[in-house]
Design a protein around this ligand. Sequence first.
Ligand code: C5P
Length: 233
Amino acid sequence: MGKDVIVACDFASAEAVYGFLDRFTGEKKPFVKIGMELYYAEGPQIVRQIKARGHRIFLDLKLHDIPNTVKKAMAVLSGLDVDIVNLHAAGTTAMMEAALEGITRPDGTRPLLIAVTQLTSTDQQSMERDLLIHEPIDQVVLHYAETAKNAGLDGVVCSPLEAGKVHARCGAGFLTVTPGVRFADGDRGDQKRVMTPAEAKKAGSDYIVVGRPITAAADPVAAYERCIAEFVD
Ligand code: C5P
């Protein structure tokens, strides 16, 4: 898979997400991220329906539990025919290896499996105070990325600011999927460390995840096409 823009469909209902997706009448169907909100509201059926409309899907459920539970949950998700699924690297190597086993279908095929390292909402202070992790946060992110790679995973979710370092440590083929993207003239919202699509391309991101700059735009299709023009073309 080459570089692409993944649209974070953070909507609370099927009605809302279809109202949004119906605007995209062009040949290229956006790659869509389905997160906890929409999945918990509508269940696996929403994934099947969006897939049936021809979209590629990143199912962002961030699994984190004991290895056996994650393996069995991943085996269920493997039946949904999504393109990317994820988990928390903090679940450790045993959980990531179990997840990989679970997500692999009997015929050997599987979605890409990527890891969340440290959430971008976690900063040095909260990591030290609440998690008792005292290394610099960028080193922690790189270590988690390396652990994910060694467990056999395909990549990580990280800030575009970290994409270059992750590739340097884990190889160019290890995917970096990066939220925190804003247009140069756009509203940052609650994202603190941001890059434009063009900067994320230069930084080496493989996929950018873009939510509100597209979903809340007056013209979402134009905003999506602007992302494609800056990041892919
Ligand atoms: O609207 P916005 O472009 O900020 O959306 C970014 C998407 O990426 C949201 O779905 C958010 O939950 C997700 N995300 C993030 N930072 C992470 C992991 C996921 O912003 N570290």
